[in-house]
Design a protein. Structure first.
Lengths: 230, 230
């Protein structure tokens, strides 16, 4: 990366290597933030994500990327971290089995710790309207509650500063997200959304995440650059 | 451990191997909870803590103990996780350098995830009045904010249940804590509070944590079983 520019405000951006968080990074960067991207090696099945998170971060010459190791698979409870639970290949009702208990709470907490160390007041996360019905920790009321917590939990909050949890995709459909990202020059071929991508980063085309992504490209009228296994 | 007793409510108890959290475990156990203790290998200097956390948990025949690995040292910013920052050996003003950014937020988040998997509605943490002045994430308003968050962040909260964050030491001095623990039969010789204990678990006797512990035993009129290096 280039030397740090001290005139820019800093932001921590949660980056999974998927379509949503890559778009959020492009938005934060375009807004003028010096971006510090954070990914987690949490025992997820779709490890190709981490490669994509690094690729997406290094596509900017002024972004610092960090991976924190965290063995969430030791607490189990999700198809994404527990090898004994299969990833569903058709839509399901209610909160899906791919929900990782308290995942966004954990991720935002660690982002908050890093933000304190860096002196960053803004934390970006790619939750969006499509996720609301399924995942409790993607809803706007969750983001608001976490922001309230952040401001009593930290030095900066206690000393009169203000931490902001920024969820710029909150009201956007998948198609809206893709349109905005494409306008900002995001190369979606670098991103991986599939819950069970192979080690080469090819998508299954069948899981919920693949399905939403495909429909998004169709609805946006943007060519889908995803490489599929099938 | 013994076979699980399904008639008891479950609780996740954050256990560091120190005096406070060991007392909290005794309280939760005495209250009738089936206790699941959680510790973190987060790159802390005082690794003897983890041995103590296991020893304290296994002193009950019905407690399940888990250690989650989490490399918080990669974000730095504290004398407890950054080897380049010295542990102070005399009292300091303001938020101490031993403060680990967002530590209790991170620990409670992971406890929340495990609680969801287990079906536990109670999470115990050993924050107390002595810590308030120094650590923002030990204050009652932090505990309240986390409880609010927990109930919008999780399946159980969304589905009408109630997660409770229990901080039974909140209003207690160190001497009160020791008196209550002693009454519940806690063996404080098993616990380690020192920020820089040696690999054999002997305490420095000089850091803030040692000083508070020593004064606590004195004030409680309970013999101090701590083994010191000096």
């Amino acid at each position: 990366m280039s030397p740090v520019d001290n005139t820019k405000p800093k932001a921590v951006v949660l980056v999974s290597g998927g379509l949503d968080s890559t778009t959020v990074l492009a938005m934060a960067h375009a807004e003028g933030f010096e971006c510090y991207t954070l990914s987690f090696d949490y025992g997820q099945r779709h490890r190709a994500e981490l490669v994509a998170a690094e690729r997406v971060s290094s596509s900017y010459n002024d972004v610092v990327h960090k991976v924190v190791n965290l063995n969430l698979n030791s607490i189990g409870g999700s198809a994404l971290t527990d090898e004994s639970i299969a990833v569903p290949e058709s839509p399901t009702e209610g909160i899906p089995i791919t929900y990782v208990p308290a995942r966004n709470t954990v991720f935002l907490s660690i982002a908050l710790g890093w933000a304190e160390v860096l002196g960053a007041n803004d934390i970006f996360i790619g939750v969006n309207a499509v996720d609301y019905s399924g995942y409790p920790d993607c809803r706007p009321e969750f983001i608001d509650a976490f922001e309230s917590l952040a401001n009593v939990a930290t030095k900066v909050g206690v000393e009169g500063g203000r931490i902001r949890i920024r969820a710029p995709l909150s009201d956007l459909s998948k198609a809206d997200i893709i349109r905005q990202g494409a306008a900002l020059g995001v190369d979606y071929a670098s991103t991986i959304s599939c819950y069970q991508a192979d080690s080469d980063g090819r998508a299954c085309g069948l899981c919920d995440s693949c399905r939403l992504r495909k429909e998004g490209f169709n609805a946006a009228g943007v060519p889908d650059p995803t490489r599929y296994k099938l």
